[in-house]
Design a binder for this molecule. Structure first.
Ligand SMILES: [Zn+2]
Ligand SMILES: [Zn+2]
Length: 168
């Protein structure tokens, strides 16, 4: 778990602190499938900017997730660029403007990073944007074997013709 102690940084309004943090990412459950971050630890650019009435935290990193393609179940790799911001108002009465990731004197960077990735996931994780998926008739991967099926059990009038064809 990556947590950042805010005690170590004392900023005056207008001042900024920059650091590079190693952020640990969990595996994500998505659409009933499991997506694993590779690597689990990613370097993140972290900034704290002190404003007059509060503090702005920003975090930037790229997560790489490995898991099954939504359509064909083959391996898919997804790069998720993250650029997240949180604001913590100076005034503790201002509950709307308190980030949930500051707990005591610590910023819970892991939890923040994982929520940011979860929010940034696309609707479907695909092996490639034009993945053809699995055949609904035979279940084969249409990327490897593009094909269609003829209407084999369709119109009975064709049955005689089918029979002729099979004899050949
Ligand atoms: Zn696919
Ligand atoms: Zn098929």
């Amino acid at each position: 778990m990556t947590s950042f102690s805010l005690r170590q940084v004392k900023l005056r309004p207008g001042e900024q602190y920059r650091d590079e943090l190693e952020v640990e990412l969990p595996a994500f459950e998505f659409g009933g499938q499991r997506y694993v971050p590779v690597p689990e630890q990613v370097p993140a650019a972290f900034e704290i900017t002190r404003a007059n009435t509060g503090t702005v935290f920003s975090l930037q990193f790229t997560a790489r997730l490995h898991g099954p393609c939504y359509r064909c179940l083959d391996d898919a790799v997804l790069e998720v660029p993250i650029s997240a911001r949180e604001y913590q108002a100076e005034d503790p009465e201002d509950e709307q403007m308190q980030t949930q990731y500051v707990v005591g004197a610590n910023l819970d960077v892991s939890q923040w990073a994982r929520d940011a990735v979860a929010l940034a996931l696309p609707e479907q994780i695909l092996c490639r944007p034009d993945c053809a998926g699995l055949c609904s008739v035979c279940g084969k991967n249409l990327n490897d074997e593009p094909h269609t099926h003829e209407e084999e059990h369709g119109d009975p009038r064709w049955a005689a013709l089918e029979a002729l064809r099979e004899e050949r």
